[in-house]
Each structure stands twice: as structure tokens, then as C-alpha cells.
Design a protein. Structure first.
Length: 210
């Protein structure tokens, strides 16, 4: 068995969605003075590698803590988008991968954008699904879809149309990394959230088990 970490490290200097506050991590106790170590943390539910619940966008929709725990693990596959020239992923590009959508529980879109983590470019011109492609993806029985970019919507998209389409049927995982280290299929994807009350989202330690 091999386990691959698909998560970015949470730190006070990490990239965050524009307008969000960065994490605050302070020492509440240190071994030399207190005999034990403890940290205090303050962070948003969408910081770093995280999972979006339907309640993030849809009124009265389920929150993460109200979902059965098996919603956060399942058969995974990866679709390579790194050679795309157009930042919009259309249905015609995805249809050859239809067998993966039919046989997977989680589909991860490898755009290669995680290589820009920590750079201004990470927030610009990353690949996203077209409206038509998002509707097509929604037609399958996926537990979730993951991306190695800041969002499934354009940064300026105030109405978040792709979020709304996908979250009607599945979970969304954003800010993944190391997708280049995964096989196309043959792994289990896990994205367990913190069990936060009424959670619209949560940071996760995403991993692939091969």
C-alpha cells in the first residue's frame, strides 16, 4: 500500500482566496516554559485544501457534519488537463473520459495549477468547467469532484454558477496538490473534513491510497 498526500500545508503565510483572512497560529504553551506544547488556531472553513458542502451555496442544503462519513472516501480517478490551451474545459474534452465518470466516486481534475501555489498566477486563468460541462459532470453519480486550483469558478464569478451546478449533486474539493503523482485509476481517494457543527466547508488532509 502507498499513500500520497494531496494537501497543502496550512500556515500563516499560505495563499488564501482574495478577501479571506490568512490563518492565525499562535503558541499557547511551549515545552521549555510550560512543560507541554499547545497551539491556538484561527482559520476559515475554506482555507487551503478543503471540501465544500452543498450548504456552502444552496439554502437549507446538507452541511458536512450531517453527512454519513462514507461520503468522504471512495474510488478515485484522475483526468489530465495539463495540455489544454483553453482555460475553459468543455464537454467535448470530457466525453472521451466518460467511462471514468461512470466507474468512479471521485474524479480529480489535474490542471497542473498547483505548481503556481504561492505565486500571483495561482489566482488567474486557471482551467474551469464550462456551464455545459458542469451539467454533464452532474449527471453522473459522483460523490465529489476535485481540482488543484483555487476554485471551480472564475475568481470574479460572484454568483458562482459552477459551484451551484455541482453542489446540487456532489461535494467539491479545491486546492489539491500532487495530482501528477497519481495513477489514472486504481486508488482510493479520501477527503475527511473536521466534524464542525453546521459546516459549510472544512480544511481536509486529502490523500490517495494506492
Amino acid at each position: 500500500m502507498k499513500i500520497i498526500d494531496l494537501s497543502h500545508t496550512i500556515s500563516p503565510v499560505m495563499p488564501v482566496f482574495p478577501g479571506d483572512d490568512p490563518p492565525v497560529i499562535v503558541n499557547r504553551a511551549v515545552i521549555d516554559e510550560d512543560g507541554f506544547a499547545e497551539k491556538g488556531i484561527t482559520l476559515g472553513t475554506h482555507v487551503g485544501t478543503h471540501i465544500d458542502a452543498p450548504a456552502h451555496i444552496i439554502p437549507n442544503a446538507p452541511t458536512l457534519d450531517r453527512m454519513p462519513i462514507d461520503r468522504f472516501v471512495g474510488k478515485g480517478s484522475v483526468i489530465d488537463l495539463t495540455e489544454m490551451k483553453n482555460p475553459e474545459v468543455d464537454t467535448a474534452f470530457l466525453k472521451p473520459h466518460e467511462p471514468l465518470f461512470k466507474t468512479s466516486e471521485f474524479v480529480l481534475l489535474h490542471t497542473g495549477w498547483s505548481r503556481f501555489w504561492g505565486q500571483d498566477k495561482y489566482f488567474r486563468h486557471y482551467p474551469i468547467l464550462s456551464i455545459e460541462a458542469a451539467l454533464w459532470v452532474r449527471s453522473f453519480g459522483l460523490k465529489g469532484i476535485g481540482v488543484d486550483a483555487i476554485s471551480v469558478d472564475e475568481l470574479e464569478a460572484a454568483d458562482l454558477p459552477i459551484h451551484k451546478i455541482l453542489l446540487e449533486r456532489m461535494l467539491i474539493i479545491e486546492n489539491l496538490t500532487n495530482l501528477d503523482k497519481l495513477p489514472k485509476t486504481g486508488f482510493t481517494f479520501s477527503c475527511f473534513p473536521l466534524k464542525l457543527e453546521n459546516a459549510d466547508a472544512s480544511p481536509i488532509r486529502a490523500a490517495a491510497i494506492i
